[in-house]
Structure formats: structure tokens, C-alpha cells
Design a protein around this ligand. Structure first.
Ligand SMILES: CC(C)[C@H](C(=O)O)[C@@H](O)C(=O)O
Ligand code: SF4
Length: 416
């Protein structure tokens, strides 16, 4: 029986010839990332609960302060200091205020064929480069940090065959929200989403990241694209070499297969309070909003900045709306500056923030108040996700978010 890309990565990390779904293997991790969401907890456990603790391989570790940066209260400042000091003492690669963790990882670390654990649920983003990334809690992270190893229960793989091309005004984020709406929030629980077909092959790394990143919102353990020529060219541009270039075998086993025709996808929004409550964006048009957010590890890259700038040029954000634009990393920020996009944002009345998670989650700047409505390119819209428990979050594409910021109500780009 052949193997899928994900199975081949796990087999390589386990040092065995072959694996199959349901097997449990001890694996050597290629890399581990932790952010300021939980690293302080991991450090406390390391210091207080382990006798004579050591770090197996500091070179494989990356600590990133991105969730609440710059710190907005003394408690956060203290947990950041703990992380900073620990990273220094143990010679761990450390990033602060340079961008959202997954964006930093993609720009600087991830290689095809690697097995990467991140103490963050959207670690599945790394599948855009053909790596197996998965989120773990801080106990598992600690174990990996101390031993350099962990265990993996080999997941089943589900094939997502993408055909055709997206229409004008429809974006990969619409496609992925559509898929999640169709299969549901538990649609691929503990499974790997493998994207394939000519629609997948034609996608840029940016677009592949959009798809892989949101896979966890359908319950996925991970998501993956084959590291084809597009991925290899991207990697080369970023000065890195692939670890392995794995392809799924023709006789690999998929537990289920779906086909999505990209021509049929429309602009959509996910309604409050569930990511899988997806409706055509036109059905939500007219809902009054208080804030709009363009950013996050899902949708804060240069492609989305360009979409927003294109729509904002010569227009203005509605007086009643706060439009937060937050590049996913400083690299994105600087490119947007170079291309004159930041000027367009400022002239249009948007608030441009430093690269961080921002209001993608409700603990950073930009949180919304009682009964306020946000339209967001973030990853989640659960109750209270962006602030007050009575507030509401709609998720949409960069175009829908920008059009809504201009109109003051949910709108699609063709209504401008
Ligand atoms: C803080 C972190 C642990 C969390 C996650 O795991 O995803 C956050 O990034 C999120 O998006 O909710
Ligand atoms: S941008 Fe949002 S989804 Fe991504 S890591 Fe930050 S809080 Fe989590």
C-alpha cells in the first residue's frame, strides 16, 4: 500500500520504512515553535516540575512574541520578560514584534518534508510548503523541548481535489470558508486535508497558506500541499533547501475524497458565532458594522494588502467604522510601504498597526465593545473572540472586509 505525503513525513521522522493510519510512532521533531499565548506556562513547568531540566536541541526551537505585542499591561510585560530571558539563557531563536508566528515561521524556517510542532492551533499553515505542522498544548511542547521527540498517532488523509479557477471577486479565503461550511467544524477531525488537482497546483504559496491555515477550523490535525515547483521556487527565493520532496503515491489510501469546482465558489461570510456557519456574502450585505480588521496569519500578507489598497484608492473608510490594517509581518509591512500601499491606507482613514495578532483574538489591541459588530479576516468568530461576549464577528475575505469598511455595512467589492 502506498503512502500519502503526511504519512511519508511521519515515517521519516519516526525512522521507519512505512506507517499507516492508527499506528503510534515516536518521532524526532524537526522544529518547534511557541508564542506568547502559552510559552510562560511551558517555562513555569520546565522550571518547577522537571528535575534537572535540559533542552534537547535549542537550535530547533523558535520563540515568538506576537499575540500581545507591545505588552499592554504589567502582567503581559512580565510574561514577555520571562520568555525573553529564557530564550536568551538557552540560546533559543527569539522574535518579538516582527510578525505573527506562522508568518515568521514560513518566511524564515519551514521546509518541505519537516515535522513541526507549534504551541498554536494554526501550525497547520506550514503544509503550504509541504511540511507537516500541527498544534500541541504546552505539556506536549515541554516534552518535545526536553527530549527532542514526541509521539504521533498517524492520522487518516482526506483528499480535496480542486478543479477550475476562482472567478473575479472571489478569493482563496472564500473557497476555504466555503469548504468548512460544507464539511462542518468537525468535518475532518484528526485527519489531514491534502489539497490536490489543477486548482491547487495553480495556487501561489500565499493562497496555499490561506487554505492550510484554516484547516484546523474543520478539526484537521494538519493540511498539506505537495512541495511542487512553485513551493521549491518560493523556498529558493527565501534562501532555503527542502528537507525531503515527498509526493503521495498513486496507490496511497484516502479515507474520503471531495471535489470542489473553483468556478462555482462565491464570496462568502461566516456568521457569528461559528466558522462553519457560512452563507453567501450577498445575504449578509447591509449588516451595520463598527469595526473592520484586515490582518492575521490567515489573511495579512502582501496579496491581501494589495486587494485592500486597490479598493481603498480614492475612497474613504466610513466615518462610523474603525478599519484596522495589520500586516502579518514586518516583511509584509515593508513591502506594503515600498509599494505605496500604507500611504493609501492612511489617506483612506484606516488605522495601520504594528505586525501582530491584533483583533484576530480578543486580548490584543482593537478589541470590540458590547454588542459591537466586527468584520474580520481573522481565523475565528466564536462568542467573545474579538472582545465583549455580546459582540459579533463575521469572517470574510480581504475584499469583503475592505468594501464593508468603506460602506459602513457588510458589502462585497462589486458594490463599490
Ligand atoms: C494563543 C494561541 C494558543 C491560540 C491558538 O492556539 O490558536 C491563538 O493563536 C488563536 O488563534 O486562538
Ligand atoms: S493571527 Fe489569530 S489565528 Fe493567527 S496566531 Fe494570532 S491569534 Fe492565532
Amino acid at each position: 500500500m502506498g503512502m500519502t505525503i503526511a504519512e511519508k513525513i511521519i515515517a521519516a521522522a519516526a525512522g521507519v520504512e512505512a506507517v499507516k493510519p492508527g499506528d503510534i510512532h515516536t518521532v524526532t521533531l524537526d522544529r518547534m515553535m511557541s508564542n506568547d499565548g502559552t510559552t510562560h506556562l511551558t517555562i513555569d513547568m520546565y522550571n518547577q516540575q522537571i528535575k534537572n531540566p535540559t533542552i534537547a536541541d535549542p537550535e530547533k526551537l523558535v520563540f515568538i512574541i506576537d499575540h500581545n505585542v507591545p505588552a499592554d499591561n504589567p502582567k503581559t510585560a512580565a510574561s514577555h520578560k520571562k520568555m525573553r530571558d529564557f530564550a536568551k539563557e538557552h540560546h533559543i531563536d527569539f522574535w518579538e514584534g516582527k510578525g505573527v508566528c506562522h508568518q515568521i515561521m514560513m518566511e524564515h524556517y519551514v521546509c518541505p518534508g519537516e515535522l513541526i510542532f507549534g504551541a498554536d492551533s494554526h501550525t497547520c499553515t506550514y503544509g503550504a510548503l509541504g511540511a507537516f505542522g500541527t498544534g500541541v498544548g504546552c505539556t506536549d511542547f515541554l516534552y518535545g523541548m526536553v527530549t527532542g521527540t514526541s509521539w504521533v498517532l498517524v492520522p487518516e488523509t482526506v483528499k480535496f481535489n480542486l478543479t477550475g479557477t476562482l472567478k473575479k471577486g472571489v478569493y482563496p479565503r472564500d473557497l476555504m470558508l466555503h469548504i468548512i461550511g460544507k464539511i462542518g467544524a468537525n468535518g475532518v477531525n484528526y485527519q489531514v486535508m491534502e489539497f490536490t488537482g489543477e486548482g491547487a497546483q495553480a495556487m501561489s504559496i500565499n493562497d496555499r497558506m490561506v487554505l492550510c491555515n484554516l484547516a484546523v477550523e474543520a478539526g484537521a490535525k494538519s493540511a498539506i500541499f505537495e512541495a511542487d515547483e512553485t513551493a521549491q521556487a518560493w523556498l529558493k527565493e527565501h534562501g532555503r533547501e527542502p528537507k525531503h520532496l515527498f509526493k503521495s503515491d498513486v496507490d496511497a489510501h484516502y479515507v474520503k475524497e471531495y471535489t470542489f469546482d473553483l468556478n462555482e465558489i462565491e464570496a462568502v461570510v461566516a456568521k457569528p458565532d461559528f466558522v462553519d456557519d457560512v452563507i453567501p456574502a450577498k445575504e449578509a450585505c447591509g449588516v451595520k458594522i463598527d469595526e473592520a480588521f484586515l490582518g492575521s496569519c490567515n489573511n495579512g500578507r502582501i496579496d491581501e494588502m494589495r486587494v485592500a489598497a486597490n479598493l481603498l484608492k480614492g475612497r474613504h473608510v466610513a466615518d462610523s467604522v474603525r478599519f484596522l490594517i495589520v500586516p502579518a509581518s514586518n516583511q509584509v509591512y515593508m513591502q506594503a510601504l515600498d509599494e505605496g500601499l500604507i500611504e493609501i491606507f492612511m489617506e483612506a482613514g484606516a488605522i495601520v498597526m504594528n505586525a501582530n495578532c491584533s483583533v484576530c483574538w480578543g486580548s490584543c489591541q482593537g478589541v470590540i465593545g458590547e454588542k459591537e459588530v466586527l468584520i474580520s479576516t481573522g481565523t475565528r468568530n466564536f462568542k467573545g473572540r474579538a472582545g465583549h461576549p455580546t459582540s459579533k464577528v463575521y469572517l470574510g475575505s480581504a475584499a469583503t472586509v475592505t468594501a464593508s469598511a468603506i460602506k459602513g455595512v457588510i458589502a462585497t467589492e462589486d458594490q463599490l
